[in-house]
Design a protein around this ligand. Structure first.
Ligand code: GDP
Ligand code: IMO
Ligand code: MG
Length: 432
């Protein structure tokens, strides 16, 4: 039995899509357990670029199966658009995609309410992806959400929607002085329900049956540890459990079934949206990394904030997720870098911090302690064996691995599937 979680160790966009696509060739299933179409996972195969938001990247591997679990919030319009979009790229999901009947639905009013909430926050806005993710999770927790199973019975759906709409309509009238188009929503969702019906399943049963039969599953994390609702830089986080533990709750699979955890980090750090970022680079340096790393949001196109690698944060991510093996992506972005800084710890009010602070106000004020390591100033994107990496690049990776007490099981030196190095003898190599 092989059940491995792949999680973002930073603030998302670590390259999880590329990593899952690479690994998925060795697994029967890939499964998303949280978030929604706020995620944007890029996979480049033979020059063709796919950006997957809801469907696990394993779907791009012929014959492999993909699951969207109960912990995911689903905008059916986004799902249908994604199915149609990847079909254009020659990928047929029929018979291979399973959508949880327990997953909560996102409605147009969730997006509207999010827009007004963000506007009201002014300079303290979270900088969300405006997909209605937060409000949909709010309704789920408030126990007034509608789920995929409801959409499968239009009579029930209409009854439940009417109850919810009454409240949302009052909110909408006070925020926008306009009511909701209940009939329009019903009509649109009736049609969308028909389009997704063929995918709907009890996905917890699918996962557990598969594991019982000795099949292998890759849990595809969305977002990243520092965006986790409980353990991230609250309130500048997303509204779901992005950490490895989220795979259990989001898919209905027991912790005893998870056999390993892979944490993905870039060779540096990025963040989209608001919130503290201790190792953020000054504008000019950040722009250079942004240009080389093409650091613009896969979903929103927003420029990503760029900074140095933060080992204080990664140590926290290793602990919270129980990371067995690290993947370092985008090493090639540093190919022209003369000196590389790495944050090894934080100081606050002159004292060294031993734990990641809970308060964003403190995190915004910490002074990162840096070590400077030499760059390699050589191209690495063609390298396929760890032994062929320039010495300074190997030293950089060893410094990361030693500082965190975790192996580096994979190194990515380019966006394409084959720009990947898997050193032999690691735990990660044994899972392939
Ligand atoms: P995800 O959300 O974690 O899946 O990451 P994104 O897809 O949002 O962002 C990662 C970006 O980096 C994508 O554009 C990838 O194609 C790209 N990428 C992934 N790995 C590498 C790498 O090793 N080198 C370079 N240059 N680009 C990479
Ligand atoms: P992937 O899976 C990077 C960020 C948003 C915002 C905050 C809350 O591609 O790594 P939300 O719309 O979720 O309520 O926004 O979280 N965010 C991400 N940042 N990568 C993601 O996903 C993200 N998903 C959400 O920018 O700061
Ligand atoms: Mg992304």
């Amino acid at each position: 039995m092989k059940a491995i979680a792949v999680v973002g160790a930073q603030w998302g966009d670590e390259g999880k899509g590329k990593v899952v696509d690479y690994l998925a060739g060795s697994f029967d299933y890939s499964a998303r357990y949280g978030g929604g179409h706020n995620a944007g996972h890029t996979v480049i195969i033979d020059g063709h670029r796919f950006v997957l938001q809801l469907i696990p990247c394993g779907i791009l591997r012929p014959g492999k199966k993909a699951i969207i679990g109960a912990g995911v919030v689903v905008d059916p319009a986004a799902l249908v658009a994604e199915v149609d979009n990847i079909a254009k790229g020659g990928v047929d999901v029929n018979g291979r995609l399973f959508l949880s009947n327990r997953a909560h639905l996102i409605f147009p009013f969730h997006r509207e309410l999010e827009k007004s909430a963000e506007a009201a926050r002014g300079p303290h806005r979270i900088g969300t992806t405006s997909r209605g993710i937060g409000p949909a999770y709010e309704d789920k927790m408030a126990r007034c959400g509608l789920r995929v199973c409801d959409l499968m019975d239009m009579e029930r759906f209409e009854r439940k929607l009417e109850r919810v709409i009454e409240e949302k309509d009052a909110l909408s009238r006070s925020c926008y002085a306009k009511g909701l188009d209940t009939a329009g929503i019903l009509e649109t969702y009736r049609e969308l329900g028909g389009r997704i019906r063929g995918f709907v399943a009890d996905t917890s049963a699918v996962v557990n049956r598969a594991l019982g039969e000795g099949k292998s599953i890759l849990f595809e994390g969305a977002q990243g540890t520092m965006l986790d609702i409980d353990h991230g830089t609250y309130p500048y986080v997303t509204s779901s459990s992005a950490i490895a533990g989220g795979a259990c709750t989001g898919l209905g699979v027991a912790p005893t079934k998870v056999t390993g955890v892979i944490g993905v980090t870039k060779a540096y750090t990025t963040r989209v949206g608001g919130g503290p970022f201790p190792t953020e680079m000054p504008d000019l340096d950040a722009q250079a990394v942004r240009d080389r790393g093409k650091e613009y949001g896969a979903v929103t196109g927003r420029p990503r904030r760029c900074g140095w690698l933060d080992l204080m944060m990664l140590r926290y991510a290793v602990q919270i997720n129980g990371i067995d093996s690290l993947v370092v992506t985008k090493l090639d972005v540093f190919d022209t870098q003369k000196d590389i800084q790495v944050c090894v710890g934080y100081k606050y009010n002159g004292s060294k911090l031993n734990e990641m602070p809970a308060e964003v106000e403190v995190l915004a004020e910490v002074t990162p302690e840096y070590r400077t390591l030499p760059g390699w100033q050589q191209q690495t994107d063609h390298i396929r064996a760890a032994a062929d990496l320039p010495k300074a690049a190997s030293d950089y990776l060893k410094f990361i691995s030693d500082s965190l007490g975790a192996e580096i099981g994979m190194i990515s030196t380019g966006p394409e599937r084959d720009a990947t190095i898997v050193p032999p003898g690691t735990k990660l190599a044994s899972w392939l």
